[in-house]
Design a protein around this ligand. Structure first.
Ligand SMILES: *Cc1c(COP(=O)(O)O)cnc(C)c1O
Length: 333
């Protein structure tokens, strides 16, 4: 007989997050629309990275880490939450931050305004050590992280490198557990769950939990690169391989939509802004321009086209600090 050691969780905030019905939009659209409030994970202003960090922190602590090293775009929600998580756990935290990329827009300049406000203000309260990298490729970012890890290790630190976006088998496991959480909270199954998707562990975790069930999981991409679906398949293979959970999902198991990115990663889209305004005006809930507004624009469109009917769950993954980035200057019409 053999056993798999399931990952340990370092509890950082109360779970479950709220699940509630959006009755005004349900009435307007003739569907049964619900929302999962992971914008209210009660840690450092919330968001989906909190769930992943509970498992990543437990792993780092089990390895005796003294230093968390993370990376991402300058307005990264993972960096903000990791900075706080490390601090409260008594670890030092360094972030390698890349100027917000314009990838997909065919431009190489820095996104105007993205280097001020939003998460950068919050990071300033956490004692985070920030290293700034000019706008480049994700490979350049990885290389910079490796160099910094070597430097810190040489200086005597025990470094734990957090994966980009918190997406590793442990990050996916956090959302596999979140699938169990919502299945337990809801009295009936959902026909569909719609979530923003980027580094992939949110979608992989939920899609694994709901695989071969009556609930389909739809990921609305925040990035323009179609290859991301291969990253989902890779992550799923590693998740299943390392943790023995669920089954490895194939490309056709992922409902991954690239239609709602708009002008590019982190650049607001007109449909996203309309969706954001709509949800504030009907239900009093704020979305963020980079991820959730585009995901909700996707949901709105799929309902309008009759592709989504019945009992629908929107997974609010957070990100609201990005509302405080000066976006006006970015939209050129
Ligand atoms: C990171 C993030 C996502 C995407 O989640 P992944 O697990 O990286 O795919 C969605 N919404 C918000 C607000 C995020 O910060």
């Amino acid at each position: 007989m053999w056993t798999v050691n399931l990952p340990r969780r370092a509890p950082l905030f109360p779970l479950p997050t709220p699940l509630h019905r959006l009755s005004r939009l349900s009435d307007r659209w003739g569907v049964d629309l619900w929302i999962k409030r992971d914008d209210l994970t009660g840690l450092a202003l919330g968001g989906n990275k909190g769930r992943k960090l509970e498992f990543l922190l437990a792993h780092a602590q089990a390895l005796g880490a003294t230093h968390l090293l993370c990376s991402g775009a300058s307005q990264s929600n993972l960096i903000r939450q990791a900075a706080v998580v490390g601090r409260v756990a008594g670890l030092r935290v360094t972030a390698v931050c890349m100027d917000q990329p314009f990838q997909g827009a065919g431009r190489s300049e820095v996104l105007p305004g993205a280097e001020r406000g939003g998460n950068l203000v919050l990071d300033g309260w956490t004692g985070l050590r920030r290293l700034r990298l000019p706008n480049g490729t994700w490979d350049e970012l990885d290389a910079a992280v490796e160099e910094e890890a070597a430097r810190l290790t040489a200086a005597g630190e025990r470094v734990y490198v957090l994966p980009l976006g918190g997406s590793s088998p442990l990050g996916a496991y956090a959302f596999y557990q979140a699938g169990a959480e919502v299945a337990h909270q809801a009295h009936q199954p959902f026909d569909a769950i719609v979530t923003a998707s980027s580094s992939g562990s949110t979608q992989v975790g939920l899609a694994t939990w709901f695989a071969d069930s009556a609930t389909r999981v739809i990921g609305i991409s925040a990035d323009p690169e179609p290859e991301i679906v291969e990253d989902l398949v890779d992550l799923s293979a590693r998740f299943h391989g390392e943790l023995g959970v669920g089954r490895a999902l194939r490309e056709r198991d992922f409902d991954f939509r690239l239609d709602y990115v708009g002008p590019g990663y982190s650049i607001p889209s007109p449909a996203g802004e309309a969706a954001l305004r709509d949800l504030v005006e009907t239900e009093g809930i704020f979305l963020d321009p980079t991820y959730t507004a585009k995901a909700f624009a996707g949901l709105t469109d799929l309902v309008a086209r009759n592709e989504l009917r019945g009992r629908i769950l929107f997974w609010h993954t957070g990100g609201t600090p990005a509302l405080f980035v000066a976006h006006e200057s970015m939209v050129e019409g």
